[in-house]
Design a protein around this ligand. Structure first.
Ligand code: C5P
Length: 233
C-alpha cells in the first residue's frame, strides 16, 4: 500500500465577531504580514505536508492580497456558517482528491505561532496512533464555574483538564464521517476531536505549547507579535 499523504486544512471563513477589528482576525497585520500568511507558512514547504487547503468566506475580499493567494500548493474552498461546516467542506474537497486514507491536520487560521517542534511532535505521535490526536496544553489556572449571575458556583478540579489546541490530526475519511454524523444529529462541534469523540473514538492528547495561541481578542495580537519576534532569536 502507498504511504498515506498528509494534508493541512485551514478553516479561515470566520468573520471574527469577538475581535471588533473591522476585518476578520486572520487578515490583521502581524509583524508586517497577514496573520494567515504566518499560519500558512508553517505548512507550505514543510516536507511532510503534501498540500494545503483553506476554507474562505464566499464573499471574502481580503484573500487575494495575501502572500499565499495563488500559491501552487495552496487550494481554496468556500467555507460554511460555522467552523465545523467549513471543516466539512474542506474534507469534501479532500475526498475528491481520493484522500480518504490520508492524514489531515486541521489548523485554525487564527493560530499563527504554532511552534515547529509541536508540529513535529504531533506528526510523529498522532501519526503512529490508530485514530490520531490533537495538540493540547494542560490547564494551569484554577478553574471556576459561574452561577450565571457573575458569581462563583463552584471550583472545578483542574486535574486531567486540557486546553484543546490545533492542529488536530485524523484520517480524512474517518473525520469526514464523524463530523458529518455529528452535524446531521445537531451536535454543536467546536473542534474536530469532539466529532471523533462523539463517534466513540479516543484521540491522543499530544502536549503542545501555550505559545500556540488563537487570536481571539484585541490583546492577543501584541502577544502573538512578541512570540514571533522571540522565535527569530
Ligand atoms: O471563531 P473561532 O475562533 O472559533 O474560529 C476558529 C477558526 O475557524 C478561525 O480560523 C475561523 O476563521 C474559522 N471559521 C471558519 N468558518 C466559520 C467560522 C470560523 O472557517 N464559519
Amino acid at each position: 500500500m502507498n504511504q498515506p499523504r498528509c494534508w493541512a486544512a485551514i478553516p479561515a471563513a470566520g468573520i471574527g465577531r469577538r475581535m471588533r477589528a473591522g476585518r476578520p482576525k486572520q487578515y490583521l497585520e502581524l509583524g508586517g504580514r497577514r496573520v494567515i500568511d504566518h499560519t500558512l507558512a508553517r505548512f507550505v514547504g514543510h516536507p511532510a505536508i503534501h498540500r494545503v487547503v483553506v476554507a474562505l468566506h464566499p464573499e471574502d475580499p481580503y484573500w487575494p492580497d495575501c502572500a499565499h493567494a495563488g500559491h501552487a500548493r495552496v487550494h481554496t474552498v468556500a467555507g460554511g456558517a460555522e467552523r465545523a461546516d467549513s471543516v466539512l467542506r474542506l474534507l469534501d474537497w479532500l475526498l475528491q482528491q481520493e484522500a480518504a486514507d490520508d492524514w489531515v491536520l486541521v489548523h485554525d487560521a487564527a493560530r499563527p505561532c504554532l511552534p515547529r517542534a509541536d508540529l513535529e511532535r504531533l506528526l510523529a505521535r498522532a501519526g503512529a496512533h490508530p485514530v490520531g490526536g490533537l495538540l493540547a496544553a494542560p490547564v494551569a489556572d484554577t478553574m471556576k464555574r459561574d452561577d450565571a449571575h457573575g458569581a462563583v458556583r463552584e471550583t472545578v478540579p483542574r486535574e486531567g483538564l486540557w486546553h484543546a489546541l490545533t492542529p488536530q490530526m485524523f484520517r480524512v475519511g474517518m473525520l469526514h464521517r464523524a463530523l458529518g454524523d455529528a452535524l446531521a444529529r445537531g451536535h454543536l462541534v467546536t473542534d474536530d476531536a469532539g466529532a471523533m469523540e462523539l463517534a466513540g473514538h479516543h484521540p491522543l492528547l499530544v502536549e503542545g505549547s501555550r505559545a500556540n495561541l488563537k487570536i481571539t481578542r484585541p490583546e492577543d495580537l501584541p502577544l502573538a507579535a512578541f512570540l514571533l519576534e522571540e522565535e527569530k532569536d
